[in-house]
Design a protein around this ligand. Structure first.
Ligand SMILES: C[S@@+](CC[C@H](N)C(=O)[O-])C[C@H]1O[C@@H](n2cnc3c(N)ncnc32)[C@H](O)[C@@H]1O
Length: 263
């Protein structure tokens, strides 16, 4: 079973192929909201393939017991390797991403890296994961979405697709909103408000209603820096080299101890 609304379209800017034993997980994901629109307008393609289609038995069974014993079952290597090879043969070179808690933890830098690929194949594990030979033979990039254990790779694959697709030109209507997202500049986003101007006595900061765009930009930058030094000082350390002088100056003001150049 393959949940394709289209055959692979080489004109899409980014194409995802998902290998899973639960293709139905993705039916609303690929037709709803920003991603749904992007699929419809062929900015991205998402083809979801049932790994059981490559099973070598009439029961379409893919899992088997681990050698050496232990709890749970593993997904066998041969059907997964055959599936990836067939997808490669069908649509040209791909970068294989195997979702795994032991993988490189997904962050915005990795999202940006993946968004430069024309095509990603996402391998979703289930049970206790894949036979190790899937990794040994295909040498995929192993990607984790965080230090916790999901029941399967499907939700993790959705995280990868949604974050990567946002960076494909045209997917998010206003490119400015991507540029201003948390992490895009190594800072968390500034606080934002909408109507009404007052909720239970709490008012929108005056500056945001002043109409003075220079002051508003300044306020937003200050709040973004303040929020980052307070909530995620690790981001400041990681991104110091890419901050412009103005941001470094603000960091020194709010948290001088985070300045790596401090004598
Ligand atoms: C129940 S988990 C297997 C966990 C495995 N026994 C372990 O301890 O590493 C089943 C599948 O969910 C997916 N998964 C679970 N947690 C994940 C995470 N943090 N990031 C990415 N994928 C994850 C992987 O595809 C994994 O093969």
């Amino acid at each position: 079973m393959c949940f394709n609304t289209r055959v692979r379209n080489v004109d899409t800017r980014m194409h995802f192929d998902v290998l899973t034993i639960f293709p139905e997980f993705f039916s609303s994901f690929r037709t709803t909201g920003v991603l749904g629109k992007a699929v419809e307008s062929a900015l991205i393609g998402i083809d979801v393939h049932d790994m059981r289609d490559w099973a070598d038995n009439k029961w379409r069974q893919l899992d088997d017991e681990p050698y050496g014993g232990g709890p749970g079952m593993l997904i066998q290597a041969p059907p997964v390797i055959a599936a990836v090879r067939e997808l490669e043969a069908r649509g040209g070179p791909v970068r294989n991403v195997l979702l795994s808690p032991r993988g490189r933890v997904l962050d915005q830098a990795l999202v940006e890296e993946l968004s430069r690929e024309p095509r990603l194949v996402l391998l979703c594990g289930r049970y206790e994961g894949f036979d190790e030979r899937v990794s040994e033979i295909l040498e995929p990039d192993e990607v984790s979405v965080g230090d916790y254990i999901l029941g399967g790779g499907e939700v993790a694959a959705m995280v990868v697709m949604e974050t990567v697709a946002r960076l494909v030109p045209g997917v998010v209507g206003d490119p400015g909103s991507v540029d201003e997202d948390s992490f895009a500049a190594g800072l968390l986003d500034h606080p934002s408000y909408t109507r009404p101007p007052e909720v239970e006595g709490v008012e929108v900061p005056d500056v945001l209603r002043s109409g003075n765009h220079e002051k508003i930009s300044r306020w937003r930058l200050e709040r973004a820096v303040e929020s980052t030094v307070t909530r995620r000082p690790d981001l400041i350390i990681k991104n110091w080299e890419r901050y412009p002088t103005e941001v470094r100056r603000l960091i020194r003001r709010y948290a001088p101890q985070l300045d790596p150049e401090r004598a």
